[in-house]
Design a protein around this ligand. Structure first.
Ligand code: FAD
Length: 308
């Protein structure tokens, strides 16, 4: 369905939301509030991250299983293989399957920062493609993998990185979710290159509404996502002015999504950072855009989700 169109969206955009597992009772309360608020947008799935090197393993499992058992949402558990043995990963995957979890976001994870010459462990899955193959041997999971519009920092070349994405999909993943980006043409060019390389699976843009600009720049630097030259000026002086910063952040993310939607992108994955407000504003605007372009009798139907 990801055909590039010249004109705007004809169908309702689809959403998925990413959360991190909460670490305190207060954060837990916010997590559930956010999950319920964004649940009204009828997401295809909601995913829960796995802290670097599995540091949040228990909290991730707990959050994923509570979502499964206490809501109508479809949870996807992030799972990284770095620093774990194949037996440990397989055991966790078996646990998830037995609990009823059917979706996994399969990742390699980052090497520990204090180990510059880090080598994957001999009895582990070395790369995400190996992890995907291992998960498929355990059970029939629906697996998502990561993709990098601006190329993964460790990749030998853009082509090698695309080959890697292809390997992950050939190993049994069914969709890719991208690293965040701020220039929509980076995503569209990447999509074109992936299609030219014969990749047909959905590639979902990962959208990061900016909660804290300084922190966003730090993360972008570590994963080599570029910050466009016009972006810093927008957030300058707004560190302590949430009432101005938040509408600006929502507008930046909405413009990005609208540009993509106008070119045929219909699915969006939001890095929510466990906040409902910015993502909710963007989803509402996208639904309203879709409604304005639909036949009058379908308009009410398209915005219904946003009104809940
Ligand atoms: P891979 O696909 O294995 O690729 C890693 C690098 O190795 C790439 O440069 C690739 O080109 C290269 N490569 C692959 N195979 C080979 C090979 N055979 N030979 C040589 N080079 C090879 N991290 C977390 O810790 N927890 C999370 O929950 C989490 N969620 C994420 C969600 C999304 C949507 C994204 C985009 C990233 C997420 N990350 C997460 C970050 C991710 O773990 C890092 O970006 C990590 O460095 C790479 O993971 P990967 O799965 O893309 O690795």
């Amino acid at each position: 369905s990801q055909v590039r169109r010249k004109h705007g969206p004809a169908t309702r955009p689809r959403f998925s939301f990413e959360y991190f597992p909460p670490a305190s009772p207060l954060a837990e309360e916010r997590f559930w509030r956010t999950l319920r608020a964004l649940g009204s947008f009828d997401p295809d799935f909601v995913s829960v991250t796995y802290g670097a090197g599995g540091t949040t393993q228990d909290r991730t499992i707990h959050a994923v299983e509570r979502i499964l058992n206490e809501t109508d949402l479809k949870p996807a558990a992030h799972l990284t293989c770095v620093g774990a043995s194949r037996a440990q990963i397989d055991a966790l995957a078996e646990h998830y399957w037995a609990a009823g979890v059917r979706r996994i976001v399969a990742l390699r994870g980052d090497a520990p920062k204090d180990q510059p010459n880090f080598k994957p462990q001999a009895d582990g899955y070395a790369f995400a493609a190996d992890l995907v193959a291992g998960l498929r041997r355990v059970a029939d999971f629906e697996i998502s993998v990561a993709a990098y519009p601006e190329v993964h920092p460790e990749a030998k070349s853009a082509e090698a990185d695309l080959d890697n994405l292809k390997r992950k999909l050939d190993a049994g993943a069914t969709r890719a979710i991208t690293q965040f980006f701020f220039d929509p043409d980076d995503f569209l060019r990447f999509l074109d290159r992936a299609r030219a390389a014969g990749i047909t699976a959905p590639i979902i843009p990962g959208i990061l509404p900016i909660v804290n600009f300084k922190r966003t720049c730090e993360i972008a630097a570590s994963c080599k996502a570029s910050i466009p030259s016009w972006l810093p000026g927008l957030f300058e002086g707004l560190e302590d002015q949430a009432d101005v910063r938040d509408p600006v952040a929502a507008s930046v993310a909405a413009d990005l999504c609208r540009y993509l939607a106008a070119r045929g992108v219909e699915e969006f994955h939001f890095y929510t950072l466990n906040r409902a407000d910015l993502t909710s504003a963007v989803c509402r605007l996208l639904l309203c855009d879709a409604a304005m372009q639909a036949e009058p009798e379908r308009r009410q139907l398209l915005v219904a989700g946003a009104a809940q």
